[in-house]
Design a binder for this molecule. Structure first.
Ligand code: A2P
Length: 273
């Protein structure tokens, strides 16, 4: 714009959107507990990703906004983009992000990436999606993608949380999937949800790691322990959880893979560090 045409009182915007960032509109927000919430934003027509990938998101509230890695919780076919987030009181991003409302702007870097993708796994019969807390987000994407059911006969989604209310996001989603026109029939009898808590009384208690080591998880599901011939795994949670779960899968004889070298399980390390 011609500088002379700009009124003297116009303040420059705090943040200029660079070429590698989308500025999208918040469509809906849902709070589950004082620690967890989910939200959906508009999806730019040119934004492509593989189910299970993550992207960097931020808010236009500073000249140099804070960006953090967030798994995309919606599947690749969805017309909006969904995220599932923790709320941290003094978290550089989440202290502000937890206050967003429909109509607000969220920034999203254009390039998605990540290791929790079907292409990083060798073919197998059964897929275990192992998570704690918001680590369930990439799996919320994968369980809604028909490709997951084209590649695996059975999908077992595990989430361990501190409290029962923290399981609501995934429990409601799995329930709703049964009536979904796209994947409803595919998930029938093939997607199994196994949720546990550690700090509040629930029908199943204990950490995912302990329940796998003791064999309880497999006994509860009526399945044999994981083995490299038939089973594949994806792991998403805190650094301690990733390391421990990786050890458990290795103790079953499974080997870690990556995008360029598919294996028997994959781990997402983007959120810790
Ligand atoms: P716990 O209550 O025993 O710490 P957070 O909310 O802190 O991210 O934790 C989410 C869940 O992950 C909690 O149930 C927590 O159990 C569990 N957890 C924490 N560390 C590990 C670990 N190393 N392996 C498996 N689960 C873990």
């Amino acid at each position: 714009m011609d500088a002379a045409a700009t009124p003297a009182f116009t303040k420059p915007p705090a943040y200029t959107i660079p070429d590698n960032v989308f500025a999208e509109t918040v469509v809906s927000v849902r709070h589950y507990t004082d620690r967890l919430f989910s939200f959906r934003i508009t999806r730019p027509a040119s934004f492509r990703f593989r189910s299970g990938e993550f992207v960097m998101i931020g808010l236009p509230n500073a000249e140099k906004p804070v960006f953090r890695a967030y798994s995309i919780a919606s599947p690749a076919w969805d017309e909006e983009v969904e995220f599932f987030s923790i709320k941290v009181e003094n978290g550089p991003l989440t202290q502000h992000l937890q206050k967003i409302k429909p109509g607000d702007t969220v920034l999203m870097r254009k390039k998605p990436t990540g290791t929790l993708v079907l292409d990083a796994l060798l073919p197998g019969k059964r897929l275990y999606l192992l998570s704690t807390g918001t680590g369930v987000a990439p799996f919320a994407s994968l369980i809604r993608d028909p490709e997951t059911y084209e590649k695996f006969e059975e999908v077992i989604l595990v989430q361990t949380c501190r409290e029962v209310a923290e399981l609501t996001y995934i429990t409601e989603m799995v329930e709703a999937l049964k009536a979904d026109p796209l994947v409803g029939e595919m998930v029938e009898g093939r997607l199994r949800l196994y949720t546990t808590t550690t700090r509040e009384s629930f029908e199943r208690m204990g950490r995912v790691t302990d329940l796998m080591r003791s064999g309880t998880l497999f006994a509860d599901l009526g399945l044999p322990p994981m083995k490299p011939e038939t089973d594949r795994g994806m792991i998403c949670g805190s650094m301690a959880m990733l390391n421990e779960t990786k050890q458990v899968l290795e103790s079953f004889g499974l080997h870690e893979g990556a995008n360029n070298a598919p294996g028997e399980f994959v781990v997402e390390r983007a959120f810790v560090g």
